[in-house]
Design a protein around this ligand. Structure first.
Ligand SMILES: NC(=O)c1ccc[n+]([C@@H]2O[C@H](COP(=O)([O-])OP(=O)(O)OC[C@H]3O[C@@H](n4cnc5c(N)ncnc54)[C@H](O)[C@@H]3O)[C@@H](O)[C@H]2O)c1
Length: 329
């Protein structure tokens, strides 16, 4: 297939591109580089440096490259920022998403895999979270992603768009060539490794009085290669013309990992001290957030290969040591 990966110069998009190329697909990376990195565009992919809002370029790319399917990863994805600037999230994650759906409709591209988020569920009591849980997002980030999912559903009804949406929490780890280089970095594993590497002073732990075994929050971490493989499985599913649309959660299985467990693992892997300071809880942080992967395992045979958090942290540390300044010169 000829696949357009929006956001393919970003963290997850670069690994999705690697895996698509490995499977023999042609890939066009479409990215404004507003957050991503030119060096993260994998060799072998065609790069179009443009914003989703640029309707003409988007439409022209879909036609000129004879795109069969889209993997849509371009987005803003900082929960805290979304609460401060909701319009930014509606604009990029929903309005720009609609521009993509319209361009696809006009150029007859009928398949899309969407990188959604488990933030669509909000804070359900029952963990791990299944796809049947109610959608009650507690921030504009989750809400804007849910709005785009709903738009895909109505495009399916109206025009036969075939879609799959993947909902997950924390992508983590690295491939050999592609890793995590966000600014600002808000994710626990790269932050802990930055402390180990000496580029950050300490890790702030947001509360240690939660009702969890060690008092710190428990979360889900999925290796970015396992995530990329799930995107490709979802793409294969919608090759079937009778497939309407589906939503799959992705989680790490088991009971998740507490902040303290992740920090202990990072200390073991790096052999460094990694000082941590306990601060107050963050508003809106639930004690436990874990997604269930049973549906995608059952229906699509997804088999994560790198579930152990130690393996995840090791891969991230290898990448950070090989790229001490991330993707910068
Ligand atoms: N990282 C995670 O843990 C996580 C968890 C759940 C869901 N997701 C979702 O996965 C996707 C990728 O996340 P990531 O961590 O790789 O993010 P990222 O910021 O590293 O990558 C996003 C890429 O999209 C590009 N982009 C953003 N808006 C654009 C636009 N309007 N036009 C063109 N390009 C644009 C950016 O330049 C960047 O390269 C996002 O949609 C995010 O919401 C990520």
């Amino acid at each position: 297939m000829r696949v357009l990966v929006t956001g393919g110069a970003g963290y997850i998009g670069s690994v999705v591109t690697e895996e698509l190329l490995r499977d023999g697909h042609d890939v066009v990376v479409y990215d404004s580089l507003y957050k991503g990195h030119r060096r993260a565009v994998v060799a072998g992919a065609t790069f179009v440096h443009a914003d989703l809002a640029n309707t003409e370029t988007l439409r022209a790319t879909l036609v000129a490259r004879q795109i069969d399917a889209v993997v849509h990863m371009a987005a803003d994805s900082l929960v805290g920022e979304s609460c401060e600037q909701p319009a930014k999230y509606y604009q990029n994650n929903f309005v720009n998403g609609l521009i993509l759906l319209e361009a696809m409709r006009e150029t007859k591209v009928e398949r899309i895999v969407f990188s959604s988020t488990a933030a669509t569920y909000g804070q359900p009591d029952k963990q791990p979270i299944e796809e049947t849980a109610a959608n009650l997002p507690t921030n504009p980030y989750g809400q804007s992603k849910l709005a785009f999912e709903q738009a895909m559903r109505w495009y399916n009804e109206a025009y036969g768009l075939r879609f799959a949406s993947l909902r997950y929490f924390n992508a983590a780890g690295a491939s050999e060539a592609c890793g995590e280089d966000h600014a600002p970095e808000t994710h626990l594993i790269p932050i802990a490794l930055q402390v180990a590497a000496g580029t950050r002073e300490f890790v702030e732990v947001f509360g240690d009085d939660y009702p969890t075994p060690d008092g710190t929050c428990v979360r889900d971490y999925i290796h970015v290669i396992d995530l990329a493989r799930a995107h490709i499985l979802a793409l294969k599913k919608i090759e079937n013309v009778n497939d309407a649309g589906s939503i799959y959660n992705l989680g790490c299985g088991g009971a998740g990992y507490s902040v303290n467990q992740v920090l202990a693992t990072a200390r073991e892997v790096t052999g460094k001290d990694i000082p941590a300071r306990v601060g107050p809880r963050r508003a809106g942080d639930p004690a436990v957030l874990i997604a269930s992967s049973e549906k995608i395992k059952r229906e699509r045979g997804w088999k994560p290969k790198f579930q152990d958090v130690r393996v995840i942290v090791e891969s991230a540390w290898r990448w950070m040591q090989a790229h001490p300044r991330g993707y910068s010169e």
